[in-house]
Design a binder for this molecule. Sequence first.
Ligand SMILES: [Zn+2]
Length: 144
Amino acid sequence: MATVPTTRAFARGSVKRCPRCGQGHLFPRWFTMLDRCPRCGLAFERSDGFWLGAMAINLGVTEATFGIFVILTMWATWPDVPWAALTVAALVVNVTVPILFYPFSKTIFLAFDLAMHQTDAGPSPELERNEERREPQERRPHVT
Ligand SMILES: [Zn+2]
């Protein structure tokens, strides 16, 4: 598959689409993502801990939103800042933003990962090897 321009990959990822081909409907439910892109076959989770980058993006967006919200509220109400209401509203922001941004953080991270690893031939061979090494859930040894 041809190389995808980085800006196009991020544009696709920012609207919950596959960064490689632009396919949508990657999330049957808000917190559930398909294992592969149904159009281009891009594997989404390639190794354990793969989504740590998506978590970092989600945390960064949440805290940036929180900071902007607090600064704008303080700026608009200074010097009589409603501290109690601001605290409650800040808690609401810190709970709702990561939930609402969750799927977007994953597809944006996929765009970042694609930009870092893609070649003209597709994902790097190392990523494909990691994918082949993964055993299906039911074949893993049962540990009690
Ligand atoms: Zn795709």
